[in-house]
Design a protein around this ligand. Structure first.
Ligand code: M6R
Length: 361
């Protein structure tokens, strides 16, 4: 049941401290500051030369997030929409790791991408929530995200668990490929252990309902960010349009001046996602939209005067490692989408035209 919540989505949003704890459970060796993923033998990823992440929808945004992290650590990594990957057929070798990210493990486009990659000689890994799903049978290896069952069509706790499991996988790939555990890695894993508590803090203090109320009836809702915050912005917009039926779009903050800025008016609130990396550049983008009269909602751990001056509203997240800040930021945007849809009386758990699992291409 919904345990007292009006919707499964709201319940699942609130389950995240627990689901994230399960995702991490037993997978970090806090003594050595290294990732322990017993699913894979020692040095399992030592010969990986590049990583292709394939997925659709929300899972694609988790894949983008991970590609950004891997590339920053020196591993060539690219995220593809699975449906496009099959057509584009980027070259692979037996040293290409294809990671298929799928909550259900049954998404047709994602299964098709994996089949093609595998028959072309790539190594495949399923990152999924569902034990014994088709994806786990088609792939060489599996890493379960352990988020627990998700009933709402809108993916929430599975996104945060995907990102978290991908952070662990990335650390393991980097450790195997470089043969060393780094200081960087220890800092990240230390912050990772605090992540469930950080998400709890967001749930306890979020002003997302007031924000949704303040901007109800706007012409459109825009979401911007750079680096990992770009994928979080895209995911914020997808969640918003999916359940509220309002026009919502996510953009790379860097892309704004190349077209989307033409859409920005006093009637289009812009959610600006900060991660703690490249924040000064993103602040400049926020100033650009503010100059066009758009309300600015900053999603950030910053509390300084510059943010206060710029933002009409702040959705606060605890200070954490910049590679993880996107998780807490995403939870704020889940709540904004939920409350916006709820104010409009939408059927939140079963949005029109959509299915939980898309089994045709
Ligand atoms: O089961 P999957 O993760 O493969 O599903 C992929 C998408 O269909 C899914 O994430 C969809 O975008 C969600 N409804 C978004 O909330």
């Amino acid at each position: 049941g919904k345990s007292g919540y009006a919707h499964f989505m709201h319940k699942e949003i609130h389950e995240q401290p627990e689901s994230l704890r399960r995702t991490i459970q037993g997978r970090v060796n806090s003594l050595t500051g290294t990732v322990a993923l017993d699913e894979f033998p020692t040095d399992a990823f030592a010969d990986v030369e590049q990583v292709h992440l394939v997925a659709m929808g929300t899972s694609h945004h988790a894949a983008m997030y991970a590609a950004t992290l891997l590339a920053a650590r020196g591993i060539p990594a690219y995220a593809f929409m699975a449906g496009e990957y099959s057509l584009a057929r980027p070259p692979v070798t037996d040293r290409t790791l294809v990671v298929a990210v799928s909550q259900s493990g049954e998404t047709a486009d994602t299964l098709d991408a994996v089949r093609r990659a595998r028959s072309a000689g790539a190594r495949t890994l399923a990152l999924t929530n569902v034990v014994a799903s088709s994806l786990t049978r088609e792939c060489d290896d599996t890493l379960l995200i352990r988020a627990g069952p998700e009933i709402g069509v809108a993916a929430t706790k599975t996104f945060t668990s995907q990102v978290t499991a991908l952070v662990l996988l990335c650390e393991r790939i980097v450790a195997d490929a470089t043969g060393a555990s780094s200081r960087e890695s220890r800092d990240l894993l230390e912050s990772l252990s605090r992540l469930p508590g950080d998400v709890q803090a967001v749930l306890d203090t979020s002003t997302a309902e007031a924000v949704a109320r303040a901007y109800a009836g706007s012409d459109a809702y825009f979401f911007i960010g750079r680096g990992i915050a770009h994928s979080v912005a895209l995911e914020g917009a997808l969640k918003f349009k999916e359940i509220s039926y309002e026009h919502a779009e996510g953009f790379a903050a860097s892309e704004l001046k190349h077209g989307p800025l033409a859409l920005v008016t006093e009637q289009t609130p812009v959610f600006v996602v900060f991660s703690g990396r490249h924040d000064e550049m993103t602040l400049n983008n926020a100033k650009e939209v503010q100059a066009r009269g758009a309300p600015v909602v900053a999603v950030t751990s910053r509390t300084d005067g510059e943010i206060a001056e710029l933002a009409d509203h702040v959705l606060s997240i605890p200070e954490t490692h910049p590679d993880l800040a996107g998780v807490a930021a995403n939870v704020q945007l889940q709540l904004v989408a939920y409350h916006a849809a709820n104010l409009l009386g939408r059927p939140i758990d079963k949005p029109r035209n959509l299915a939980k699992c898309v089994t045709v291409e």
